[in-house]
Ligand binder design. Structure first.
Ligand code: FE2
Length: 201
């Protein structure tokens, strides 16, 4: 889906659900969502993942085992991974952030569990650099989807003592991502590891 921004430029839609959207008759626990990912037989669509997230019954006791931080950079804690999708909990101390990146051909959905997430969207310039065109602030329960061409940066810009916890699903699982800079046309390659359940960071 394409929508236009305030300058009339077209870009992929940023679909956001309010917390109330999850109040449906059919709720999904974190374990049930992990089970769906484990038993996938194909790559789910962005709208399918967004539907799971909109139904998620988010309880801290369910995600507490994955709520782990590291001092050097944000922690990527693996909950489940199949050949078709992965589910992770990312934990961010104040100031921790991703590079400016795309998802290397995967789609992604993020739900804020605790704290305030800052997401800045970028577009390519004719000089092959990137330029920010929008910034979103998302609070607990809010969901955002990233389509294949989207370029963004996620940050915890909250003051000292305010942590951020977010739940992420990527389909297919992330492999090598492209990173971008406002100051250079060079496109970098970025392979993320896992803090828990994988190669480590
Ligand atoms: Fe991302």
């Amino acid at each position: 889906m394409q929508v236009s921004d305030t300058k009339g430029r077209l870009f992929s839609s940023k679909i956001t659900y309010s917390p109330a959207a999850g109040a449906a008759a059919c709720e999904l626990t974190l374990a049930e969502m992990a089970g769906r990912i484990e038993t996938l037989t194909g790559v789910p669509s962005l709208s399918q993942i967004e539907e799971w997230f909109s139904l998620l019954l988010l309880r801290q006791r369910d995600y507490e085992p994955y709520r782990m931080f590291t001092p050097r950079k944000y922690a990527r804690n693996l909950i489940v991974r199949s050949p078709f999708a992965e589910l992770l909990m990312l934990c961010w101390r104040p100031g921790q952030r991703t590079p400016i990146h795309d998802h290397g051909g995967s789609v992604g959905v993020v739900m804020v569990c605790e704290g305030l997430l800052t997401e800045t969207m970028y577009e390519r310039t004719p000089e092959k650099r990137v330029h920010p065109y929008n910034t979103f602030k998302r609070g607990p329960g809010e969901i955002t989807g990233a389509d294949v061409p989207d370029i963004h940066q996620l940050l915890n810009l909250q003051p000292k003592g305010r942590d951020l916890v977010t739940l992420h699903c990527y389909a297919p699982p992330l492999s090598v991502l492209n990173t971008y800079s406002p100051r250079s046309s060079r496109v970098g390659r970025w392979r993320e590891g896992y803090f828990m359940g994988g190669a480590g960071i």
